[in-house]
Design a protein around this ligand. Structure first.
Ligand SMILES: [Mn+2]
Length: 389
């Protein structure tokens, strides 16, 4: 028998206990497609479990990082927000698609009285947060056979443990549709279950019951393939618009009202088209500006760069220049950047060599991110140039 993902049964048991005892649960997910779908899958599974057991539907507090003002993952501002909602109770806080690199933030959360459970698919760094339960297939002690799930896929595995044979086929195909979107959005390898979920999710897309997906189909120009449609849906979801730690795509994907969903879809599509235009313009500018650069890396940043499209720009530049690309948006004291590297290079490992000057960093080998104090940018650049020599 193949080994299960480490701690996945333990995590399911703890969530089940919380539902049966009608505990307050907090879910904190990353703000992108993978994070948002992970949250929706877990939240809906918990609600389902509660009603199957005739328990009160728990009032789950859901929050996301404000990528424009706070960066990624669990962070101090978000924790302050969550702590206010918590009051004096002891609360189970589940992080999805983030958390595994947040050593000091988890420590802070413990102090505030949260019981932290991390469900993340990102690379595990040397130092591991002191969370009560960690589910991450990339954990060095994890002996499971497949490590490349999107976080939504990992969350689906978790809710399979949670609901066991009580997951209805309707709920299952709804979850797989979300997992398909996240697996494609996060560009996970199309092998093993990822491949199966993508196949099934795409096959069921025509029968989707989600008003948000139907609304996307309605507002988008006709497309020639399901893959193209999914690509466009993903770019619609690639927004950082949020209010009060709720990303707009979360309310969108949960919406039960087709008219409202259509309004949001139109708004998000406009936002996405503007973003695409900015991505094209910035990419062309940088190509022109850097075409005679002798450096072995691209290392560019500005106060005018918006964090929501840096990933797309970096991806295009890495294909064009075939060297590691570090591109960041500069704020008052800190800069937050995104990294894309050519095949065979590990972006997280490269940054590990500079971890003493980084505030946070993490991600996947080909695609990662960092936060750094502005006065360390020059040193970071010099050390990366040396590292890649
Ligand atoms: Mn992810």
């Amino acid at each position: 028998m193949k080994d299960k993902i480490r701690n996945i049964e333990k995590a399911a048991l703890r969530i089940k206990e919380a539902v049966l005892k009608e505990e307050q649960i907090f879910i904190y997910g990353d703000s992108d497609m993978d994070g948002v779908t992970s949250v929706v899958i877990l939240e809906e599974a918990i609600n389902n479990l509660a009603s199957l057991n005739r328990k009160k539907i728990p009032k789950i507090v859901v929050a996301f990082p404000d990528r424009n003002n706070e960066g990624y993952g669990l962070n101090k501002k978000a924790l302050t927000f969550l702590n206010k909602k918590k009051g004096n109770k002891k609360v189970l806080l589940i992080t999805l698609d983030c958390g595994i690199t947040n050593v000091s933030e988890v420590k802070e959360a413990n102090k505030m009285g949260f019981e932290v459970m991390i469900v993340d698919h990102h690379k595990v760094l040397e130092e591991i947060p002191e969370a009560k339960i960690i589910v991450d297939p990339k954990h060095p002690l994890d002996k499971s056979y497949f490590k490349e799930y999107a976080n939504a896929g990992l969350t689906f595995k978790l809710v399979e443990e949670l609901l066991e044979d009580k997951m209805s086929s309707y709920l299952k195909s709804d979850f797989i549709e979300l997992v398909m979107l996240a697996t494609i959005a996060d560009m996970m390898v199309e092998e093993e279950e990822n491949q199966k979920w993508i196949y099934e999710g795409l096959a069921n897309l025509e029968n989707t019951q989600r008003p948000a997906i139907l609304a996307c189909v309605k507002v988008l120009d006709p497309v020639s393939s399901k893959r193209e449609l999914v690509g466009k849906i993903i770019s619609i979801f690639n927004t950082i618009k949020m209010e009060d730690h709720k990303i707009i795509t979360y309310d969108f994907i949960k919406s039960n009202n087709s008219e409202k969903a259509e309004d949001i879809a139109r708004e998000l599509l406009m936002d996405s088209e503007e973003r695409q235009a900015e991505i094209r313009a910035l990419t062309e500018n940088l190509k022109e500006e850097l075409k005679s650069s002798q450096l072995n890396i691209v290392f560019e940043g500005s106060k005018n760069y918006r964090p929501d499209y840096l990933g797309a720009v970096a991806s295009r530049l890495v294909g064009y220049f075939n060297k590691p690309v570090f591109i960041y948006s500069q704020k008052k004291n800190l800069s937050r950047g995104t990294v894309r590297v050519p095949k065979g290079i590990d972006a997280v490992k490269a940054m590990s060599s500079c971890k003493d000057i980084l505030v946070v960093y993490g991600g996947h080998a080909p695609a990662a991110g960092f936060t750094i104090k502005n006065d360390k940018l020059e040193e970071f650049k010099e050390r990366l140039i040396k590292y890649f020599k």
